[in-house]
Write a protein that binds this ligand. Sequence first.
Ligand code: PBG
Length: 323
Amino acid sequence: MNLIRRPRRSRQSAAIRDMVQETRLSVTDFILPVFIMEGQHVRSEVASMPGIHRLSLDLLLDEIQECVDLGIKTFDLFPNLPESKKDKYATESYNPDGLYLRAIRAIKDRFPDVMVMTDVAMDPYSSDGHDGIVENGKILNDPTLEVLGKMALAQAQAGANIVGPSDMMDGRVGYLRQVLDEGGFHEVAIMSYSAKYASAFYGPFRDALDSAPKFGDKKTYQMNPANSREALIEAQLDFAEGADFLMVKPALAYLDIIKLLNDNFHLPIAAYNVSGEYAMIKAAAQNGWLDGERAMMEALMSIKRAGASVILTYFAKEAARLL
Ligand code: PBG
């Protein structure tokens, strides 16, 4: 054959493959989500997320030390609370003596250079298991903002560096920006869950936190998986309202959305490789149905190739070890 173009020429050796590689993962891309709970020396594995544990604060600090040694610098905290701490208005979310705010202070105290990211949504603290205030079976938008504002302000006061509104209420980014600025927290960044879909892939996370909705689903606030143009509207609003990062969630079934936002906005794009995506790979690997390490690295690479420069992933530690 007289072929002028032979793409295989650039694949013939490891050295040349390395040279032409377009996308590279780095440990600095990762944010590790961590589950915390009350107690001492508690390490409770999440049944649907092999290798991932809910940790009491003492063990959390050890875990963070291990991750820091691997080069991971940012941690996103999620609290598992007993039913007795939950109520309709998520008041525990801004209790200064509560688990979550104590955790932020403890981390910043021991690791001043670590970035603490927080979750801003009512669900782990809500007796209804929803991200907003429920009245007559409806999720109220504007009254919820007030709770989110108190929560984000308390998190900033405790030392949080990045707040992550994951609630999908309208107007929350602008509202949080205003509350944070009025509180003097100009430097606290907002990583907005801009395009957050109503996804089946959050199942294991809700097991981890015991935070599944007590009735109905989240479809009146989280987005319809069938829609991509709507992601542009959400991202546009978050940009205008002052978000510092735009997030797409989940990641793997939404690579087109990651690319869409990356092509259209000049902000860093984050992607949340969610609990169900982690669980799928782990389960298949445990069954010997695929090579777990290779599948993990390929999945993470695909998220970065699609345009995410920040990846929230439960694989952060394992991937960091391989990098
Ligand atoms: C809730 C929240 C969820 C996740 C992060 N924040 C679940 C939900 O919306 O029900 C999911 C993360 C994951 O599945 O890993 N505000």
